[in-house]
Design a protein around this ligand. Structure first.
Ligand SMILES: O=C([O-])CC(=O)C(=O)O
Ligand SMILES: [Mg+2]
Length: 643
């Protein structure tokens, strides 16, 4: 039994040699190695293993609990916590059935436990790392200071990205500490816009796999592939098929940067622990000719599979995930092309815990921004008129959520409230005479109007109070468009949502100068503050990064089994509620990102509360104070002491 377990450890971890050698270390001198208890459910075949291990592990168990657990409140003896792990208590210590062992050199090479120069002298002795490090012992804070200093030396954003990815591979806790403490500075590096460039060059900068690759070659074997992933307790999966990466189009297998980046934010911004996160890229080929010809391309070299071949692979994936991780694992769809995104969401929302960030997350964050903006411009939602450029996932997703909220507020049927919202696509204003040729997700927006070809014509005819860009095409909010908005609105609300920065419909500077400083502006990718007529304007970042980490945390802590639209409204309400008077005074419609963990806890609590109300939560009893509970569940990147 032991050899079987050791074998599977060998198979699943590239540290095979160290696994064996330090395991024998552990038999020689049991208090020496770092031992990590992964699970204590004592299931089936593992029982025997547990019994066999029991005597050996007795002495080293103290060390185990020091490493395994985050310093969090104990929800009760023998109680499974939200991470599905049993917590040790005085009368009921954790009894590990699976161990992985790392000490000495392999400990320094293990990003989950490596602390670099922060290993104390005692730890260096106890864990066989003495002499493997230079003599200085430093704090995590000093390491952080040094890394930030080094990062700032790089002028090229992609170099910063690569340095951060290296850090994540080297020392996970330090990576998250850096990200959490410097969120405003580092978000544009690990996320939009730099992550877009990283995906474009992913084949060249690829060093180590950071997630699972499921290609057509894995058809029929997806369950096995999932089992190859070293972590077993997965709670959040972000999956892409790479067909519409940000506004950059089809990047095939190189879209992996997106799930990796999104999940880094799940941990840093939402506190979901890194070991519970799984990035996945489904590779069904790419229609990107340049990539197909690129010798460094890392995906399968063929045109995209479509139709039955595509949906069978996706279905196998969805079933395997549920079979392997259960009902409560969240699957976040990210950057799928429109045609698949809507279909996948509709197909799986009743049977799986699924969430499409581009449709639903973006909708929730924009609704929050619009609600906050109304405090500055006045009027209720239903008193405003909305015009979108772009009728894809983001555009129709936002439009629908705004219509839903309007309908809740006014009690008017949603068919009525939709009439306050107009969409322009590549063929012009969406109107009823185009109904026949429209894709199904555009049909609800085909209102009675004469056909109009351009955005400018539509702006002049519809006279929207709120203009939202979600087209993925940059520079489309021209001077004429912004000036037209400013001609009939005292405070035009303008959201340029497309990512990365190169695809933004206009820049912050353009919005402010062309509107003579009157626009209330937010964008998907970050822009620096702008000075206009002697005044400084701080643009908002209407990015789904405000929502998905807290939203996911809310689902996790309540054990939700399905996503309901009311949860999106709950998330949106919580976010809008975090904008302070002080923020409004500065013209801000989103709270600053530096408070994001607090914001995420509020969002999580509101979402969890809705899950309980709707009877979709399985974690019982409901914690009395959901905000406090959400905060207590958040991952802390502070180093642990290894006794
Ligand atoms: O990643 C982002 O910044 C927002 C997003 O989901 C997208 O643009 O597809
Ligand atoms: Mg996206």
């Amino acid at each position: 039994m032991i050899s079987l377990k050791a074998g599977s450890f060998l198979q699943n971890n590239s540290t095979s040699f160290s696994g064996i050698s330090s395991f024998s270390h552990s038999q020689r001198k049991v208090s020496a190695p770092v031992v990590v208890a992964l699970n204590s459910n004592g299931r089936g075949g593992e029982r025997k293993f547990k019994a066999l291990m029991e005597s050996t592990l007795k002495e080293i168990r103290e060390g185990a609990s020091a490493l395994d657990m985050d310093p969090k409140p104990n929800p009760g003896a023998g109680v499974e916590d939200v991470y599905g792990e049993d917590r040790a208590t005085e009368d009921q210590p954790v009894t590990p059935w699976t161990t992985s062992v790392a000490s000495g050199y392999s400990l320094l090479r293990d990003p989950h436990h490596n602390k670099g120069l922060a290993f104390t002298d005692k730890e260096r002795d106890a864990h066989y790392v003495r002499g493997l490090l230079p003599p200085a012992v430093v704090t995590q804070e000093l390491q952080e200071k040094k890394l930030m200093h080094n990062l700032r030396q790089y002028q090229v954003p992609l170099q910063r990205y690569m340095a951060l990815m290296d850090l994540q591979e080297r020392n996970q806790r330090l990576f998250y500490k850096l990200l959490i403490d410097n969120v405003e500075e580092l978000l544009p590096v690990v996320y939009t816009p730099t992550v877009g460039e990283a995906c474009q060059k992913y084949g060249s900068i690829f060093r180590r796999p950071q997630g699972l690759y499921i290609s057509l070659k894995e058809k029929g074997k997806i369950l096995e592939v999932l089992k190859n992933w070293p972590e077993k307790k997965i709670q959040v999966i972000v999956v892409t098929d790479g067909e519409r990466i940000l506004g950059l189009g089809d990047l095939g297998c190189q879209g992996m940067g997106i799930p990796v980046g999104k999940l880094a934010l799940y941990t840093a911004l939402g506190g979901v622990r890194p070991s519970s996160c799984l990035p996945v890229t489904i590779d069904v080929g790419t229609n990107n000719e340049e990539l197909l010809k690129d010798e460094f391309y890392i995906g399968i070299r063929q045109k995209r599979a479509t139709g039955q071949e595509y949906s069978e692979l996706l279905h196998e994936f969805m079933c395997a995930v549920k079979q392997n991780y259960g009902e409560k694992v969240l699957i976040q769809f990210e950057d799928f092309a429109n045609h698949n995104a809507f279909e996948l969401l509709a197909k799986y929302r009743a049977s799986h815990l699924v969430f499409n960030d581009d449709i639903q997350g973006t909708a929730s964050v924009v609704l929050a921004g619009v609600v906050a903006a109304l405090k500055l411009v006045g009027g209720t939602l239903a008193e405003h008129t909305f015009l979108f450029l772009g009728a894809g996932e983001a555009g129709t997703g936002i439009a629908e959520l705004i219509a839903l909220e309007m309908s809740k507020q006014t009690k008017a049927p949603i068919e009525e409230t939709r009439k306050k919202i107009w969409l322009v696509d590549s063929k012009g204003l969406i109107v009823s005479s185009r109904m026949e040729s429209l894709q199904h997700f555009k049909k609800p927006w085909a209102h009675e109007h004469e056909p109009l070809k351009t955005l400018l014509d539509a702006v002049k005819a519809i006279k929207p109070t709120v203009l939202i860009g979600s087209s993925g095409v940059g520079k489309t909010f021209t001077k004429e468009v912004v000036e037209a908005m400013a001609s009939f609105n005292e405070r035009p609300v303008i959201f340029a949502l497309s990512n990365p920065t190169s695809q933004s419909e206009c820049t912050a500077e353009q919005a402010y100068t062309w509107s003579k400083g009157r626009a209330i502006f937010a964008s998907g990718s970050p822009f620096d503050p702008v000075e206009c007529n002697g005044k400084v304007f701080v643009p908002g970042q209407a990015n789904n990064a405000y929502i998905f980490p807290g939203f996911g945390l809310g689902l996790v802590i309540s054990g939700a089994i399905r996503v309901h639209d009311d949860m999106l409204l709950a998330a949106s309400e919580a976010l809008a509620g975090q904008v302070t008077e002080d923020n409004f005074d500065k013209g801000l419609i989103y709270p600053p990102f530096c408070n994001i963990r607090k914001i995420s806890a509020e969002i999580a609590a509101n979402v969890a509360s809705k899950a309980y109300e709707l009877g979709l939560a399985t974690r019982l009893p409901r914690p009395a104070n959901l905000v406090k509970y959400a905060e207590s569940c958040m991952y802390s990147p502070v180093y642990r002491n290894y006794r």
